[in-house]
Design a protein around this ligand. Structure first.
Ligand code: SF4
Length: 313
């Protein structure tokens, strides 16, 4: 249950930035692009893709363990800091960047407050993200210790661009009970070195990236390399526009998809086809890597489930 003193202004601003009109040119409806996506979905279906075509929640082999609680609406995000080592054009974090700690949309001053919020809302998985959380490794370790001390098992995944993921840090994270690390390789030019390091400590090491439509060959090469390295999971997202990333998305030549009744987010017009192409490529070519397409529709679904749980708790 919400408390009087909970500061939800961060959550409200985030929701507003996703729902509001972003200054990205809106592409006219394109029947040819819709037909290409429909053909890709048919090929994926015939090839044995799993999940839901209607929700665009699709995966080739198995869902990453950290995604199950999230899909059930029992996961949440812990924004460890807004500061980062990179400036990706697609970044949806609030500008100007600020160093603040926010769990489940509630701003907290100290990692010690995390356990009470997780217990209050019956949360079963937490993604530690940012910004770049490993700018503050001691804060991450303190959060891990607190989340590990609760009466219920809470899964914890860390989202990072890998810039600060050296061996010593990875070892300390493992010792503190972190379940897995998810690397955004679209942020570092597809450099797999941090992923290779993490595999020594975390068998469930995952790569999680937005699919930038005009860089598909690099994504395909990355998928094959991850497969060869024995990385178990690759999560791909549909590129979307929001108020924070709108200038970068527009300057990169992408446009917003025309509004549909069932989407409040702003997927780019080019995003879905690119993600489906990468999914189909991986279905056909990867030997062990499992690829999961977490689309804008999926994320809306997750948001609705989480909100329903929040209202009922
Ligand atoms: S690494 Fe992540 S948080 Fe940092 S700028 Fe890129 S997308 Fe944003």
């Amino acid at each position: 249950m919400l408390k009087e003193e909970d500061d939800l202004s961060w959550y409200a601003r985030k929701a507003d930035s996703l729902r509001g009109e972003a200054p990205v040119p809106c592409a006219p409806a394109d029947p040819a692009a819709a037909a290409r996506s429909a053909a890709l979905l048919a090929e994926l279906s015939a090839g044995g893709i799993r999940g839901s075509i209607a929700d665009r929640t699709l995966y080739t082999r198995r869902l990453p363990p950290g995604c199950r609680g999230c899909l059930a609406g029992r996961g949440t995000n812990c924004y460890v800091t807004g500061l980062c080592t990179r400036e990706c054009f697609f970044c949806f974090n609030e500008q100007p960047r600020t160093d603040q700690l926010v769990l489940h949309g509630i701003r907290i001053e100290d990692p010690g407050e995390a356990r009470e919020i997780v217990e209050r809302y019956g949360l079963r998985s937490v993604g530690l993200s940012g910004g770049e959380p490993l700018l503050f490794p001691d804060r991450v370790l303190a959060l891990l210790r607190v989340l590990r001390s609760g009466p219920h098992r809470c899964r914890v995944d860390l989202y990072t661009n890998g810039d600060r993921a050296d061996d010593e840090t990875l070892r300390r994270l493992k010792e503190a009970g972190l379940d897995s690390v998810r690397f955004n390789l679209a942020a570092n030019g597809f450099d797999t070195a941090p992923v290779e390091r993490a595999l020594r400590y975390f068998p469930e090491t995952t790569v999680e990236v937005p699919v930038i439509p005009d860089r598909l060959p690099e994504y395909e090469a990355m998928a094959l390399k991850l497969d060869g390295l024995g990385v178990p999971y690759l999560n791909i997202h549909e590129l979307f526009a929001c108020r924070e990333n709108a200038p970068g998305v527009a300057a990169s030549g992408f446009s917003a998809k025309s509004r549909s009744a069932d989407l409040t987010w702003m997927p780019t017009a080019e995003g879905e086809e690119a993600a489906l192409r990468l999914l189909l490529f991986s279905l056909r070519r990867a030997r062990t890597l499992s690829v999961y397409y977490c689309s804008c529709r999926t994320q809306e679904l997750i948001g609705r489930r989480g909100l329903a749980r929040r209202r009922s708790s």
